[in-house]
Design a protein around this ligand. Structure first.
Ligand code: F6R
Length: 601
């Protein structure tokens, strides 16, 4: 997830570009850059680091050009560095581009360009675009951009400037957002509404496959065949503050709603009719005596999910331990141990310490993280990245569900590499590809979850119960509720209730029960009935086809493979925690006593 801005008009371009990047910094902040264009010359200034570093660098220049493009980066391919920062220019410095998205076929394009004598300066997927434009350019940028779009696989929002047309910006979009606007003297575009809202409230949303040509005060939109089409205008009824949260009141709500998109981005190029993870090629877990999954908090719950899949699919010893415990426990680690670290930030102190211990003991290590070039990513032998983009709310939502899908794909790949047959594999992969749509359907149940959350209005406690895989899901549901609503929440194995916790159930106690695993659903439903008999108010989340007449509040998941239900449950329980917190007037984005990245022990 990156942010892009562009401006052409009678005024100076730079102030627009910078204010836009400031509003988009939530989309990425590991490097930033701009290209300004004036007669015969492109001026590009870019740097690693946050936007402040770019502004400092720009202070040395006197830049009064009237057209330009800007970028703030969230690295996906290539570490944050000056060279990998956008914009990217062709060798003759006549064309410059900014890109948001992932070009899946960049390796093959790069090879083709190599054969034509092009050498790429960066490690990014994006740079191939500018060289392709250069290669095919014969004076008609609109035509060449359309041609290049037809070669690009993956997702992109693109802006292009060239010295040949100093007052023109070309923009194109596929699956990454692009919003355009204009006034009497200028036209502009950006990745998101906040960058434009101080200039106009009437905006054009570019659709997939469309291209736009921006001239001062005028925007033309073209379809994939190059035919001019009527632009689609939207009116934004809210102000800047609301716009930064995309119209939502809080970052958490916004981030929950980004899940279909970021899950799709995480699966992109990884899950086709088989799993594509070249990083894991050649890894046969039989080479190891033991596999550990190590993580903290929500990431630990994601790791428990991977452990569950591993145990279902393979007969290799797999253990999942909170990193904070592992580092002080006597766990055998040596050069026949494979250790997997899961961390959104890639900086969590306990997880990092556990990784260092494992490296010292000679173990093979793999990190799954959301932050490129983070400490965990740098140290591990292998790193896999989720594509959740920056997560600002303290409570993890989109980072967790992207971890789950990546771990699901990773465990299939490891099982395959290690010679195990995964039962119902085709169905599992087909459903994994459909997960973004299923998540969308769960988000549509928000009114039901808001209504159920009212049950907790006068309660201080809640109990989450489930069996097998559902136990992992209740752990995460309870954590989410605790951390943002301050309701004391416990997660229990449903079958363990009768061994003690059932003593806590009384009239009005709220029990959230999961029954998504057919083999054990009937048992869980008996446990639910035991709580109802003691006065509990039960909310049941279940897979379709599992029946219980006695439970008043039931919510069905859309049908997915039983090992993927946790992703959908997570979304419902995020909504449940969110609405409970709102109902109680809590600050959902910044809950008390918590920090986004726990870099202390
Ligand atoms: C809870 C949450 C935390 C983190 C934990 C680990 O919503 O976000 O429990 O999961 O602090 O953080 P990372 O994943 O950055 O290692």
């Amino acid at each position: 997830m990156c942010g892009i801005t562009a401006y052409t008009g009678k005024g100076r371009a730079l102030p627009f570009l910078i204010q836009g990047l400031e509003k988009l910094e939530y989309r990425g902040y590991d490097s930033a850059g701009i290209t300004l264009v004036s007669n015969g010359e492109l001026v590009t200034v870019k740097t690693k680091g946050a936007l402040a570093a770019l502004k400092e660098k720009l202070a040395q220049y006197d830049l009064d050009q009237h057209a330009g493009i800007g970028h703030t980066r969230w690295a996906t391919h290539g570490v944050p560095s000056n060279l990998n920062s956008h914009p990217h220019t062709n060798l003759s410095n006549t064309i410059s581009i900014v890109h948001n998205g992932i070009i899946e076929n960049y390796q093959s394009i790069k090879e083709g360009l190599g054969m034509q004598g092009y050498t790429l300066a960066s490690q990014t997927d994006s740079e191939v675009i500018v060289h392709l434009l250069d290669y095919y350019y014969e004076g008609d940028m609109k035509a060449v951009l359309r041609k290049v779009m037809s070669y690009l696989e993956g997702s992109y929002a693109l802006c292009v400037v060239s010295v040949d047309e100093p007052d023109t910006i070309y923009a194109a979009k596929k699956e990454s957002p692009m919003i355009l606007g204009m006034d009497d003297t200028a036209s502009f575009c950006a990745s998101d509404i906040p960058a434009l809202i101080s200039y106009t409230k009437d905006m054009i949303t570019l659709e997939d496959g469309q291209m736009a040509v921006l001239k001062p005060g005028h925007v033309s939109v073209y379809d994939g065949q190059g035919r001019e089409v009527e632009p689609k205008f939207i009116h934004i009824p809210y102000d800047l503050e609301a716009a930064q949260k995309n119209g939502y009141d809080t970052f958490m709500e916004k981030e929950m709603h980004e899940q279909p998109y970021v899950i799709r981005e995480t699966l992109r190029g990884r899950v086709e009719d088989r799993i594509i993870m070249p990083e894991l090629d050649g890894i046969d877990l039989h080479a190891f005596d033991h596999v550990y999954f190590l993580a903290c908090g929500t990431a630990y719950h994601a790791a428990l999910y991977a452990q569950y899949l591993g145990r279902e699919w393979m007969d290799i010893p797999i253990t999942c331990v909170p990193a904070s415990e592992f580092r002080y426990g006597n766990y055998p680690v040596n050069d026949r141990t494979f250790c997997v670290f899961v961390s959104q930030s890639g900086e969590t102190a306990d997880t990092l310490a556990a990784l260092k211990m494992c490296l010292k003991a000679g173990a093979a290590t793999l990190t799954l993280t959301n932050v490129l070039d983070s400490s965990l990513a740098r140290l591990a032998d292998i790193t896999l990245y989720t594509c959740a983009g920056p997560e600002i709310a303290v409570a993890s939502t989109k980072a967790y569900t992207t971890q789950l899908v990546m771990l699901a794909a990773m465990m299939v790949k490891l099982a395959y590499n290690s010679g195990y047959e995964v039962k119902d594999l085709d169905q599992f992969i087909a459903d994994l590809k459909e997960i973004p749509n299923a998540v969308e359907a769960m988000l549509d149940r928000k009114n039901t979850m808001a209504e159920y959350a009212r049950l907790l209005a006068d309660q201080r406690d809640a109990y989450f119960i489930g069996r097998q895989l559902d136990y992992v899901n209740v752990l995460e549901g309870a954590l989410k509720l605790k951390e943002i609503s301050y309701v004391h929440a416990d997660a229990y194995y449903a079958g363990e209730l009768k061994h003690g916790p059932i003593a806590l159930i009384e009239e009005g106690t709220v029990v959230i029960a999961l029954a998504t695993q057919k083999e054990v659903a009937a048992k869980t439903i008996s446990n639910i009935e035991e709580t109802i008999a003691r006065g509990a108010e039960v909310i049941l989340i279940k897979a379709p086809g599992i029946h219980s007449d006695k439970i008043e509040r039931q919510i069905d998941l859309v049908p997915v493979h039983p090992y993927l239900t946790g992703i959908l449950v997570a979304v419902l329980l995020q909504l449940f925690a969110f609405y409970t917190a709102k109902e109680k007037g809590c600050n959902v984005d910044q809950p008390r006593n918590l920090a986004k990245s726990v870099t202390v022990e």
